[in-house]
Design a protein around this ligand. Sequence first.
Ligand SMILES: Nc1ncnc2c1ncn2[C@@H]1O[C@H](COP(=O)(O)OP(=O)(O)O)[C@@H](O)[C@H]1O
Ligand SMILES: [Mg+2]
Length: 271
Amino acid sequence: MSNDNMILKINNIEVKYHEVILVIKGVSIEVPEGGIVALLGANGAGKSTTLKAISGLLKHEDGEVTDGSIEFMGERIDKIVPEKIAKMGIVQVIEGRRVFEHLTVEQNLKVGAHMKKKDGRSIKDGLEMVYHYFPRLKEKRNETAGFISGGEQQMTVVGRALMTSPKLILLDEPSMGLAPLLIHEIFNIITRLHEQEKISILLVEQNAKLALSVAPYAYVLENGRIVMDDTAERLRENPDIKDFYLGMTDFGGRKSFRDVKHYKRRKRWLT
Ligand SMILES: Nc1ncnc2c1ncn2[C@@H]1O[C@H](COP(=O)(O)OP(=O)(O)O)[C@@H](O)[C@H]1O
Ligand SMILES: [Mg+2]
């Protein structure tokens, strides 16, 4: 997969918190220009940390990329401040759909416009685009964000990200805690956004089935390491992925991916 249509290249990074807690141990991920790539993994695997390493938000949590590099459109970004990374066209939708609760939906969206890329669209055009994809937000635009439903809050934070005119969206568990119908609606919109606005997406999900339905390629992260990466088609057929990530409802009963019986480390170049 390695060639130069990659909008994002993470090369063998290591991430530490507070200079001592090693959380990411040699992760490499590539996202093609205009592509959707999923990053799967159980709770605590290091998915959010990986996204924060890209967006630079890690620095606010006393975390640091201590080895390897991250390139966005051919430029090193792993030592750059988050504000500058945002201006280059990367936006992270952090997990837990944090809206500004006391602001209206539309005010929340306008906050996004203030972090936008230099050559981004105007606030008016941005709002129009967001309301085109999320007609529900248009209906709720004057409501206080703290009082709308969880699904609408998720739409608001994705909409706020769109207001920055991003080239790459880092989406952290957009399905978390939402009802199936709403998840379906949000994922449909994400797919349309990607197709029509040509936005590249790195999608983090614990829900592998859902992620593999929209992303043609995925990586599996466990304990800070990529243990597998392949096309969605092949991952869906992989017995270990089926066993561990697909169709499992009992989260508490999960074994380690490494303990799954037939598991073999599969390298891209061997398959
Ligand atoms: N700010 C932090 N300081 C120290 N450790 C952290 C911090 N944030 C996350 N971690 C640790 O890093 C590991 C990976 O966390 P995270 O990236 O949030 O995983 P995931 O998103 O896959 O659930 C966890 O063990 C977590 O406790
Ligand atoms: Mg997380």
